[in-house]
Write a protein that binds this ligand. Structure first.
Ligand code: CTP
Ligand code: MG
Length: 214
């Protein structure tokens, strides 16, 4: 299990990493750590954090997680560094910026994993999505075929490692790992139903929703 916390949360506008914000008495990151440390199918947690937060993370989590490692400049690089410490043949990757975790959804993901080798939680978009050209609208896309990708995502470790190595060679940066599998391997990633409440803390406005949901 790789828990990603190595961003800086620029879009929230806080002067600290957004995943250290406290919501309803608990830090955003704690929601993920607490869930996965008690989830029986999770054998070890690899926490990926930034240079700036390392000492804090070490003091707070070193007894709970197997490894605390430094991430990279991009999310992708942080995942890759986490993968280098991963020993199990299957690996889950989760953005700690998504503190709402539905255990039924995780169960669905793990059921899909052995056959799929690369799978993610996702939900269908609910807004109409339209391509733009400047401030002009183009055609609307078919909403019934559009997904919002969530985390956790789950992979065969070797498959994902292979995809990451190819992406590095190709100088390709993705915002999620299923995209790397689709682009750089012969495996077609799959998805299972996520949860609309699993929003990613991205801007200050998300805090209001999370206060209600968590
Ligand atoms: N992340 C990471 N390493 C990075 C960048 C992001 O581990 N170099 C993690 C974040 O901590 C977060 C998740 O990836 O849990 C999703 O990224 P995002 O929501 O973009 O978080 P930030 O990059 O921190 O936010 P921003 O883009 O607004 O700076
Ligand atoms: Mg980011």
């Amino acid at each position: 299990m790789i828990i990603l916390a190595a961003g800086s949360g620029v879009r929230t506008g806080y002067d600290f990493n957004k995943i250290l914000l406290e919501i309803n008495g608990k830090k955003v990151l704690d929601y993920s750590i607490d869930f996965f440390k008690d989830y029986e199918k999770c054998h070890e947690i690899i926490l990926v954090c930034s240079d700036r937060d390392f000492n804090y993370m070490y003091e707070r989590y070193s007894k709970v997680v197997a490894h605390i490692i430094l991430g990279g400049d991009s999310r992708q690089e942080s995942v890759y560094k986490g993968l280098l410490s991963a020993k199990n043949s299957y690996i889950l990757i989760h953005d700690s910026a998504r503190p709402f975790i539905n255990s039924n959804a995780i169960d669905r993901l793990l059921i899909d994993l052995p056959t799929s080798k690369a799978t993610t939680l996702a939900v269908y978009v609910t807004d109409s999505i339209v391509k733009t050209n400047g401030n002009r609208l183009g055609n609307a896309l078919d909403r019934s075929k559009l997904l919002s990708i969530q985390t956790p995502q789950a992979f065969s470790r070797d498959l994902l490692m292979n995809a990451h190595k190819k992406a590095i060679k190709a100088n390709y940066l993705a915002t999620d790992d299923t995209d790397l599998i689709a682009k750089f391997t012969t495996v077609t990633p799959s998805f299972v139903e996520g949860d609309y409440r699993s929003i990613k803390l991205t801007t200050k406005h998300d805090v209001k929703f999370l206060k209600v949901i968590l």
